[in-house]
Write a protein that binds this ligand. Structure first.
Ligand code: ZN
Ligand code: ZN
Length: 264
Protein backbone atom coordinates (compact mmCIF):
# COMPACT_ATOMS: atom_id res chain seq x y z
CA UNK A 1 0.00 0.00 0.00
CA UNK A 2 1.14 3.53 -0.79
CA UNK A 3 1.46 5.09 2.60
CA UNK A 4 2.20 8.69 1.66
CA UNK A 5 0.17 11.47 0.13
CA UNK A 6 2.36 14.25 -1.27
CA UNK A 7 -0.31 16.62 -2.54
CA UNK A 8 -2.96 17.85 -0.10
CA UNK A 9 -4.65 21.16 0.61
CA UNK A 10 -5.79 22.30 4.04
CA UNK A 11 -8.16 25.16 4.80
CA UNK A 12 -5.25 27.59 4.39
CA UNK A 13 -5.77 27.17 0.64
CA UNK A 14 -8.70 29.38 -0.36
CA UNK A 15 -10.36 26.47 -2.18
CA UNK A 16 -10.05 23.83 0.57
CA UNK A 17 -12.13 23.26 3.67
CA UNK A 18 -10.63 21.02 6.38
CA UNK A 19 -8.02 22.07 8.92
CA UNK A 20 -4.52 20.61 8.80
CA UNK A 21 -5.11 18.77 12.04
CA UNK A 22 -8.37 17.18 10.82
CA UNK A 23 -6.57 16.08 7.69
CA UNK A 24 -3.74 14.56 9.72
CA UNK A 25 -6.21 12.67 11.92
CA UNK A 26 -7.89 11.29 8.82
CA UNK A 27 -4.51 10.30 7.34
CA UNK A 28 -3.63 8.43 10.55
CA UNK A 29 -7.04 6.73 10.54
CA UNK A 30 -6.52 5.34 7.04
CA UNK A 31 -3.02 4.16 7.80
CA UNK A 32 -0.79 6.71 6.09
CA UNK A 33 2.78 7.13 7.31
CA UNK A 34 3.36 10.50 5.62
CA UNK A 35 1.22 13.47 4.66
CA UNK A 36 2.61 16.57 2.99
CA UNK A 37 0.62 19.80 2.88
CA UNK A 38 1.06 21.62 -0.39
CA UNK A 39 -1.18 24.61 0.11
CA UNK A 40 -1.46 26.90 -2.88
CA UNK A 41 0.47 30.02 -3.73
CA UNK A 42 -0.42 31.54 -7.08
CA UNK A 43 1.58 34.04 -9.13
CA UNK A 44 0.12 36.48 -11.65
CA UNK A 45 1.06 36.80 -15.30
CA UNK A 46 3.00 40.02 -14.70
CA UNK A 47 4.45 38.90 -11.36
CA UNK A 48 3.37 39.22 -7.73
CA UNK A 49 0.74 37.12 -5.99
CA UNK A 50 -2.80 36.75 -7.32
CA UNK A 51 -5.44 38.51 -5.25
CA UNK A 52 -6.34 35.62 -2.97
CA UNK A 53 -2.70 35.26 -1.90
CA UNK A 54 -1.88 38.93 -1.38
CA UNK A 55 -2.22 38.62 2.41
CA UNK A 56 1.45 38.75 3.46
CA UNK A 57 0.78 36.55 6.50
CA UNK A 58 -0.84 33.74 4.53
CA UNK A 59 2.34 31.68 4.17
CA UNK A 60 3.39 32.47 7.75
CA UNK A 61 0.21 31.06 9.20
CA UNK A 62 0.29 27.93 7.07
CA UNK A 63 3.95 27.23 7.83
CA UNK A 64 3.59 27.87 11.58
CA UNK A 65 0.62 25.54 11.93
CA UNK A 66 2.25 22.84 9.84
CA UNK A 67 5.47 22.98 11.87
CA UNK A 68 3.49 22.84 15.12
CA UNK A 69 1.66 19.72 13.90
CA UNK A 70 4.86 18.16 12.54
CA UNK A 71 6.20 18.22 16.08
CA UNK A 72 2.93 17.19 17.72
CA UNK A 73 2.54 14.07 15.56
CA UNK A 74 6.21 13.18 15.39
CA UNK A 75 6.58 9.40 15.70
CA UNK A 76 2.97 8.81 14.64
CA UNK A 77 2.94 10.25 11.14
CA UNK A 78 5.40 12.34 9.19
CA UNK A 79 3.90 15.78 8.46
CA UNK A 80 5.72 17.59 5.68
CA UNK A 81 5.68 21.29 4.95
CA UNK A 82 5.19 21.71 1.24
CA UNK A 83 3.86 24.25 -1.18
CA UNK A 84 2.19 24.14 -4.58
CA UNK A 85 3.60 27.09 -6.46
CA UNK A 86 1.56 28.13 -9.48
CA UNK A 87 3.15 30.03 -12.37
CA UNK A 88 6.52 30.37 -10.60
CA UNK A 89 8.10 31.19 -13.98
CA UNK A 90 6.21 34.50 -13.97
CA UNK A 91 8.09 35.88 -10.94
CA UNK A 92 11.16 33.87 -10.06
CA UNK A 93 12.32 36.50 -7.54
CA UNK A 94 9.11 36.14 -5.55
CA UNK A 95 9.30 32.33 -5.81
CA UNK A 96 12.88 32.37 -4.53
CA UNK A 97 11.97 34.71 -1.70
CA UNK A 98 9.18 32.41 -0.54
CA UNK A 99 11.30 29.27 -0.84
CA UNK A 100 14.14 30.79 1.16
CA UNK A 101 11.86 32.13 3.91
CA UNK A 102 10.20 28.89 5.02
CA UNK A 103 11.78 25.49 5.79
CA UNK A 104 9.99 23.59 3.05
CA UNK A 105 10.31 19.84 2.77
CA UNK A 106 8.77 19.63 -0.66
CA UNK A 107 7.89 21.93 -3.57
CA UNK A 108 5.36 21.19 -6.31
CA UNK A 109 5.42 23.28 -9.48
CA UNK A 110 2.12 23.81 -11.25
CA UNK A 111 0.62 25.72 -14.11
CA UNK A 112 -2.99 26.65 -13.33
CA UNK A 113 -3.50 29.99 -15.04
CA UNK A 114 -2.80 31.10 -18.59
CA UNK A 115 -2.95 34.90 -18.99
CA UNK A 116 -4.36 35.13 -15.45
CA UNK A 117 -7.33 32.94 -16.38
CA UNK A 118 -7.65 29.74 -14.42
CA UNK A 119 -7.76 26.64 -16.63
CA UNK A 120 -11.06 25.72 -14.98
CA UNK A 121 -12.66 28.87 -16.44
CA UNK A 122 -11.91 28.44 -20.13
CA UNK A 123 -14.80 27.71 -22.45
CA UNK A 124 -13.38 24.55 -23.98
CA UNK A 125 -16.19 24.32 -26.50
CA UNK A 126 -15.50 27.62 -28.21
CA UNK A 127 -11.75 28.09 -27.83
CA UNK A 128 -9.05 26.89 -30.19
CA UNK A 129 -8.15 23.78 -28.20
CA UNK A 130 -4.88 23.13 -29.94
CA UNK A 131 -3.67 26.67 -29.40
CA UNK A 132 -4.48 26.49 -25.69
CA UNK A 133 -2.75 23.12 -25.37
CA UNK A 134 0.40 24.51 -26.98
CA UNK A 135 0.30 27.53 -24.67
CA UNK A 136 -0.18 25.29 -21.64
CA UNK A 137 2.65 22.90 -22.44
CA UNK A 138 4.98 25.72 -23.54
CA UNK A 139 4.47 27.45 -20.17
CA UNK A 140 4.97 24.19 -18.36
CA UNK A 141 8.17 23.62 -20.31
CA UNK A 142 9.43 26.99 -19.11
CA UNK A 143 8.57 26.00 -15.53
CA UNK A 144 10.24 22.59 -15.92
CA UNK A 145 13.37 24.23 -17.29
CA UNK A 146 13.84 27.21 -15.04
CA UNK A 147 11.77 26.99 -11.86
CA UNK A 148 12.88 25.90 -8.42
CA UNK A 149 10.85 22.78 -7.60
CA UNK A 150 11.11 19.13 -6.59
CA UNK A 151 8.21 17.65 -8.51
CA UNK A 152 6.21 18.77 -11.50
CA UNK A 153 2.57 18.49 -10.58
CA UNK A 154 -0.37 17.08 -12.63
CA UNK A 155 1.39 17.38 -15.99
CA UNK A 156 -1.72 17.20 -18.16
CA UNK A 157 -4.03 19.02 -15.75
CA UNK A 158 -5.73 20.87 -18.60
CA UNK A 159 -7.54 17.68 -19.58
CA UNK A 160 -9.25 17.54 -16.17
CA UNK A 161 -11.13 20.76 -16.86
CA UNK A 162 -11.93 20.02 -20.49
CA UNK A 163 -13.29 16.62 -19.44
CA UNK A 164 -15.71 18.34 -17.10
CA UNK A 165 -17.23 19.91 -20.21
CA UNK A 166 -17.23 16.51 -21.95
CA UNK A 167 -14.31 17.44 -24.16
CA UNK A 168 -11.42 15.09 -24.58
CA UNK A 169 -8.27 17.06 -25.33
CA UNK A 170 -5.80 15.31 -27.59
CA UNK A 171 -2.71 15.50 -25.41
CA UNK A 172 -0.93 12.88 -27.54
CA UNK A 173 -0.85 15.35 -30.44
CA UNK A 174 1.57 17.47 -28.41
CA UNK A 175 3.89 14.54 -27.78
CA UNK A 176 6.92 16.54 -28.85
CA UNK A 177 6.32 19.33 -26.30
CA UNK A 178 5.42 16.88 -23.55
CA UNK A 179 8.61 14.92 -24.20
CA UNK A 180 10.63 18.16 -23.97
CA UNK A 181 9.08 18.77 -20.54
CA UNK A 182 9.91 15.24 -19.41
CA UNK A 183 13.44 15.62 -20.72
CA UNK A 184 13.99 18.73 -18.57
CA UNK A 185 12.59 16.99 -15.49
CA UNK A 186 14.91 14.02 -15.98
CA UNK A 187 17.93 16.17 -16.86
CA UNK A 188 17.47 18.27 -13.73
CA UNK A 189 17.04 15.15 -11.58
CA UNK A 190 13.52 16.14 -10.54
CA UNK A 191 10.39 13.99 -10.60
CA UNK A 192 6.82 14.05 -11.80
CA UNK A 193 3.66 13.39 -9.89
CA UNK A 194 0.95 10.83 -10.39
CA UNK A 195 -2.04 12.92 -9.38
CA UNK A 196 -5.13 10.84 -8.65
CA UNK A 197 -7.64 13.72 -8.79
CA UNK A 198 -8.16 12.79 -12.45
CA UNK A 199 -10.06 9.71 -11.30
CA UNK A 200 -12.53 11.96 -9.49
CA UNK A 201 -13.58 13.77 -12.68
CA UNK A 202 -15.01 12.60 -16.00
CA UNK A 203 -11.49 12.12 -17.42
CA UNK A 204 -11.34 9.10 -15.09
CA UNK A 205 -7.62 8.56 -15.41
CA UNK A 206 -4.44 9.64 -13.70
CA UNK A 207 -2.77 13.01 -14.33
CA UNK A 208 -0.68 12.51 -16.34
CA UNK A 209 -2.16 9.67 -18.36
CA UNK A 210 -0.65 6.21 -18.66
CA UNK A 211 0.63 7.16 -22.11
CA UNK A 212 2.64 10.11 -20.75
CA UNK A 213 3.94 7.91 -17.92
CA UNK A 214 5.12 5.40 -20.54
CA UNK A 215 7.07 8.18 -22.34
CA UNK A 216 8.61 9.21 -19.01
CA UNK A 217 9.69 5.64 -18.33
CA UNK A 218 11.01 5.15 -21.85
CA UNK A 219 13.07 8.36 -21.59
CA UNK A 220 14.70 7.24 -18.35
CA UNK A 221 12.35 8.74 -15.74
CA UNK A 222 12.43 6.77 -12.49
CA UNK A 223 10.93 8.87 -9.73
CA UNK A 224 7.29 9.74 -9.10
CA UNK A 225 5.42 11.06 -6.10
CA UNK A 226 1.74 10.32 -5.63
CA UNK A 227 -0.77 12.96 -4.63
CA UNK A 228 -4.52 12.91 -4.17
CA UNK A 229 -4.76 16.70 -4.55
CA UNK A 230 -7.39 16.43 -1.86
CA UNK A 231 -9.07 19.65 -0.85
CA UNK A 232 -10.84 17.91 2.04
CA UNK A 233 -10.08 15.08 4.48
CA UNK A 234 -12.24 12.53 2.69
CA UNK A 235 -10.21 12.62 -0.50
CA UNK A 236 -6.85 11.92 1.13
CA UNK A 237 -5.12 9.00 -0.64
CA UNK A 238 -8.20 8.53 -2.85
CA UNK A 239 -7.66 6.05 -5.71
CA UNK A 240 -4.10 5.32 -4.61
CA UNK A 241 -4.59 1.63 -5.48
CA UNK A 242 -4.91 2.73 -9.13
CA UNK A 243 -1.70 4.76 -8.90
CA UNK A 244 -0.02 1.78 -7.27
CA UNK A 245 -0.84 -0.39 -10.25
CA UNK A 246 0.80 2.12 -12.59
CA UNK A 247 3.86 2.32 -10.36
CA UNK A 248 4.23 -1.45 -10.37
CA UNK A 249 3.72 -1.64 -14.10
CA UNK A 250 6.44 0.93 -14.82
CA UNK A 251 8.60 0.00 -11.86
CA UNK A 252 8.81 3.60 -10.64
CA UNK A 253 10.44 4.60 -7.37
CA UNK A 254 8.29 6.60 -4.93
CA UNK A 255 10.70 8.58 -2.77
CA UNK A 256 10.11 10.68 0.33
CA UNK A 257 11.34 14.23 0.81
CA UNK A 258 12.87 15.89 3.86
CA UNK A 259 13.93 19.53 3.72
CA UNK A 260 13.81 19.26 -0.06
CA UNK A 261 16.15 16.30 -0.14
CA UNK A 262 14.91 13.23 -1.93
CA UNK A 263 15.30 10.09 0.14
CA UNK A 264 14.25 6.52 -0.61
ZN1 ZN B 1 -2.79 22.08 -8.86
ZN1 ZN C 1 -3.25 21.00 -5.72
Amino acid sequence: MLEKDYHTHSSFSPDAKDSMEDMILKAIEIGLKEIVFTDHFEIKEDGGPTKSFSDPLYLDRAAKECLRLKEKYDGIIYVGLGIELGQSHKDSDLAEKILSTYPYDFVLASYHKINNIDLSLYDYESIDQEELLVKYFSGLLEIAKSSNYDVLSHLDLIKRYAAKKNIRLRIEKEEDLVRQILKEVIKRNKAIEINTSGYRCPANESLPSKKVLSWYKEMGGRYVTVGSDSHNANDIAKDFEKAEKLIQEFNFIVPSYRKRMRIR
